[in-house]
Design a protein around this ligand. Sequence first.
Ligand SMILES: [Zn+2]
Length: 70
Amino acid sequence: MDKQLLSMLVCPSCKGKLKYDREAQELICTFDGLAYPVVDGVPNMLETEARHMTAEEKLERASGAASTDV
Ligand SMILES: [Zn+2]
């Protein structure tokens, strides 16, 4: 995904920065524990479409163990 586009995107819920998970094709908000799907390179920033991450996933993201690449 376009880095410039990514840098402009914020979480619609908390206005925080998002992490791009290239493997999962999701934009992650660690604060809310939401994962926004990226479909064909286009992020779907609807809160209603976002996936709620499990507690385990949140821990993983927080510790930086996930393969995020911004
Ligand atoms: Zn958020």
